[in-house]
Structure formats: structure tokens, C-alpha cells
Design a protein around this ligand. Sequence first.
Ligand SMILES: [Zn+2]
Length: 125
Amino acid sequence: MFEVSVEDSFAAGHALRGYRGKCENPHGHNYKVRITLAGDELDSIGLLYDFKDLKQAMNQIIDRLDHQFLNDIEPFRQLNPSAENMARYFYQEATSHLQQATGGRVKVKQVKIWETDSTTATYFE
Ligand SMILES: [Zn+2]
């Protein structure tokens, strides 16, 4: 199997509903995201998936969230904007992009979100 990953970062605010503690109040993070793809078949020039295309796909997801208050944006109006739920959101969005772009040749393996330098959440299926 082959894997490729790209990382990017963005800034956003959130408030965790139902959390008993400081994170219940609105506050911000500089998030980092890593999307990892996997597949066992390379394309005709030896790439699993062009880093540039993966960065572009990631930017489209990030553009919706960057410098926003996440609780005001779907799907986080109902879904708590925890790092875990954000990781799953990136996974789902990237998966639908990759399905369209590669017809299933390349899959999203996992998404990792850093909420701080020392705290991460990962989603995979
Ligand atoms: Zn937070």
C-alpha cells in the first residue's frame, strides 16, 4: 500500500455545548489538519494522488471554516464542534472529493486534527 499526506492549518472559534468547564465558553484555536490517503495502485506517472490536488481539496474544506465561529456553520449548528467531530467532517468531505476524482482508486485513510500542539483527534473508518 501507498500513503500520501498533506497538512494545513486554519484559525477558528468554537464553544463546546454541554461541556462543563472553560471550553463551554467561546474561544479560538489555531487548528492543524493532516489528511492521509491510501491506495495500492499508482497513476500512470507514479503518483498515488498529486499533493497539489490534495492541498487544493483540503483548502476548499478549510475555506468554509477559516476565521469563522464554527457553531454557526453546518454541520456544527447541531453537531458539537469538537476536534473529533471536525476530524470526521474533514474525512467525509475529503472522501466524497476523492471518490469523484479517482473513482475509488484512492481512499482517505485518516484525518488528524491538532487543536493545540499537544492535543489531537483522529478519525478513520
Ligand atoms: Zn476549544
